[in-house]
Design a protein around this ligand. Structure first.
Ligand SMILES: O=C(O)CCC(=O)C(=O)O
Ligand SMILES: [Fe+2]
Length: 310
């Protein structure tokens, strides 16, 4: 496979998100690539503070990201998830169109090809520079293989993984080639500064407050009601997006018959309080989200009424 930076997305290019079509240069724009400043910590930090995200092309070596994707596709093949008769490396989705989220299957999510990407010495060194000291990552890694028409919905990560220190970044890493049709990550620009959203929805903890956690499934309301511009890119294996706990994001539906594979991981200073839900306990598993078995997680529609955000 070639390793060429995709050309800039020209104005007027359509982006399909569910029923909706957004146009580049209008309601959606291309993420700004920070790879030219990736060694300049001061510039990175100030851009992160300003824009709420860093998109860094080629953060992980392309071959390592591709090896991680092949490893993951091998795990899908072992579970009969690929279309019969197609090469594993093509990642063609089988007839059951099944999503694979290798969250608790640590034999997959903690496989060496995965850790060679998200736990690499270079990755840790990068976060050590960003945080100015030793860092740690959660035991849980969110390795996601999205089938056709599937996506995740708009949320702040704080609602899911926000306990402990506020000094924590999410890193979303593309492992496959993720173009506009393959269900790329979509950010709501400026949402890291939307005080009302941050102090209502953003201040909830889904497992403490028993909320459904997803803020919205509708990209149009984020544009029209909240005034956000959307941003995405054509991602290559190894490209990453970093953001803090208050950046509204989603993925768009994967419109193709090829698995979209990404992994999201979290990094924070090692000496600051962790979110204990995502670390191995003595019994060898972590608690995770939705641990209140039998509890009803209340609808976001109700919460939004209470907040005056309907
Ligand atoms: O990859 C996705 O679909 C969602 C990613 C996400 O929510 C995250 O990286 O925090
Ligand atoms: Fe997220």
């Amino acid at each position: 496979m070639t390793n060429q930076t995709p050309p800039p997305i020209s104005d007027g290019t359509p982006f399909h998100f569910g029923e909706h079509e957004f146009l580049f240069g209008g309601q959606i724009e291309e993420l700004v690539d920070s790879s030219p400043i990736k060694k300049d910590v001061v510039a990175l930090k100030s851009r992160m503070a300003e824009e709420g995200y860093l998109f860094i092309r080629g953060f992980h070596p392309h071959e390592k990201a591709e090896a991680a994707a092949r490893w993951t596709l091998g795990a899908i093949a072992d579970r009969d998830g690929l279309r019969e008769g197609t090469p594993i490396s093509d990642g063609i989705i089988g007839p059951e169109n099944q999503n694979f989220s290798f969250f608790r299957q640590i034999e997959v999510a903690h496989g060496q090809p995965i850790l060679d990407v998200v736990d690499s010495a270079e990755t840790f060194a990068f976060y050590e520079r960003m945080f100015g000291g030793p860092v740690l990552t959660f035991d849980k890694r969110w390795l996601r293989c999205m089938a056709r028409d599937r996506n995740n919905h708009f949320h702040y990560d704080n609602v899911y993984v926000g306990r402990g220190t506020p000094n924590r970044y999410t890193m979303w890493s593309a492992l496959t080639d993720i173009g506009l049709e393959n269900g790329p990550l979509v950010l709501c620009l400026g949402s890291h500064r939307q005080e009302k959203l941050k102090t209502t929805y953003g201040a909830t903890d889904m497992d403490r407050d028993l909320t459904e956690a997803v803020f919205s499934q509708d990209p149009v309301e984020l544009v029209e009601k909240f005034g956000f511009k959307l941003a995405t890119a054509h991602f290559q294996p190894g490209d990453v997006v970093l953001f803090g706990m208050f950046m509204m994001h989603s993925s768009a539906p994967n419109l193709t018959d090829r698995y979209r594979i990404s992994i999201d991981t979290r990094y924070q200073p090692a000496d600051e309080e962790k979110d204990e839900r995502f670390f191995f306990r003595e019994d060898g598993v972590w608690m995770g989200n939705f641990y209140n078995k039998g509890a009803t997680y209340r609808s976001m529609v109700d919460f939004r009424k209470e907040w005056g955000l309907e």
